[in-house]
Design a protein around this ligand. Structure first.
Ligand SMILES: *Cc1c(COP(=O)(O)O)cnc(C)c1O
Length: 405
């Protein structure tokens, strides 16, 4: 039965036994891994799925989503619709002035955002917070752009005073400012409006700066939370030049992918910079995964604005609930406002492996995604409390005693 999934509509009579076995084994492992997953910001609801009937086609959105190619098995039109959906979500106004595309990942979106920034300002310096994702310094190095990290606050957002302090040392060079909507380890939101105001005050107006927002997770969460402050919203009217997000995080595509939207003026500049008779391709990857486009498109229009709004509410509430339960158990917990990410001391290997927690510097992270049930959270709280109880940490034990008293 499950094999019909792999065989698609061709329904081949049989695969060699060892292939069948390995695939079945893999399927079981996937199912088990999904059951207790808590550590990565991956939406595993996989709803609505793209019909398996489409899986045997080589769907390639080759080249510019707005230009296309003569390769017939493409879904460029659905990609443009999906990008228009994101443009509306991120307040792009007139979509004629924007360009967007589906890419391989959030990382690709960051690389391409920084590339557009460098094309606009070839001698610019990249500024990012110490809590930015590792793909940001990686992109800067790949593109040979000098990068300067800016201190962040203990809760993980960029320190605006520290930002103001580094600007005079840049020798008057323009900046490519990378801001994060939902940092990887702490789920913090940079104050986008505040950071842009700091640049303005230092004379770095739109003619001397490019602002890229890395919204891998929360650019698909914060816009759906009515009580989130305006400053952290990934909205183009703040003066943002490009925004990227991951397709397999909150969007919920069942394969790694991403999307980026940028002001068209930057994409057109890049097109002009490439001379010669070859047709210009404004994407990084050229051949692009049409199945990822289908998956994202089906989520945007099938799950819809209301579905994502419901998810954002439920997940932020459950994250706060988890944080509260762990605190009651005596844990030292960080859970930022409007965030799905809960940070605590790294437990033993057994728990880290079972719940697939991401760990850094002795701290571990859980991310409450739409597929994370309260039952899974309860199990985790019980397991984590048991572990905590066995720790020779006087402070935690005392807190617990106080709670029970
Ligand atoms: C996950 C993440 C990325 C990278 O996205 P991928 O899709 O995994 O490449 C970039 N930035 C932030 C803040 C992230 O959390």
């Amino acid at each position: 039965m499950s094999h019909a999934l792999f065989l698609g509509r061709f329904n081949r009579p049989s695969l060699p036994d060892y292939i069948e076995e390995r695939l079945l084994e893999t399927e079981c492992r996937m199912e088990a891994a999904h059951q207790t997953h808590l550590g990565y910001p991956y939406n595993l609801t996989l709803d609505p799925p793209v019909p398996a009937a489409l899986s045997p086609f080589l769907i390639n959105n080759l080249g510019d989503p707005y230009g296309g190619s003569t390769y017939g098995a493409n879904v460029h039109e659905l990609e443009r619709e999906a990008m228009a959906w994101l443009m509306r979500l991120w307040g792009a106004g007139n979509s004629q002035n924007f360009w967007g595309s589906v890419g391989a990942s959030g990382t690709e979106g960051n690389i391409w955002g920084l590339h557009l920034g460098r094309e606009a300002f070839p001698d610019a310096v990249v500024l990012h917070s110490a809590d930015a994702h590792c793909s940001v310094p990686k992109a800067a190095r790949l593109l040979r752009i000098d990068a300067v990290p800016v201190s962040s606050t203990p809760s993980g957002e960029i320190d605006l005073q520290a930002l103001a302090d580094v600007l005079p040392g840049l020798g008057g060079r323009p900046v490519i400012m990378v801001l994060t909507c939902g940092t990887t380890m702490k789920g913090a939101h940079d104050d986008i409006a505040g950071a842009i105001a700091v640049l303005e005050a230092a004379g770095l107006g739109p003619d001397r700066r490019f602002v890229h927002v890395d919204g891998a997770l929360s650019a698909m969460v914060v816009p759906f939370l009515p009580d989130a402050p305006d400053g952290i919203r990934p909205m183009f009217d703040h003066g943002i030049d490009s925004i990227s997000t991951s397709g397999h995080k909150m969007i919920g595509a069942p394969m790694p992918c991403g999307a980026m939207v940028a002001r068209k003026v930057h994409v057109d500049r890049m097109a002009r910079a490439v001379t010669g008779s070859l047709p210009h391709d404004p994407t990084l990857m050229g051949s692009r995964n049409g199945h990822a486009v289908l998956a994202m498109w089906a989520r945007f229009f099938g799950h819809g604005h209301q579905g994502f709004a419901r998810d954002a509410q439920t997940c932020t509430q459950r994250a706060q609930w988890l944080a509260g339960q762990l605190r009651r158990a005596g844990a030292d917990v960080l859970c930022n406002p409007h965030s799905l990410t809960v940070v605590f001391d790294q437990p033993d290997d057994d728990l880290v492996q079972r719940y697939q927690l991401a760990c850094q510097n002795g701290r571990a992270r859980a991310v409450v995604m739409p597929n994370v049930t309260t039952a899974l959270l309860r199990n985790f709280v019980a397991d984590y409390s048991d572990w905590l109880d066995c720790q020779p940490r006087a402070a935690a034990a005392l807190t617990r005693l106080a709670c029970h008293a």
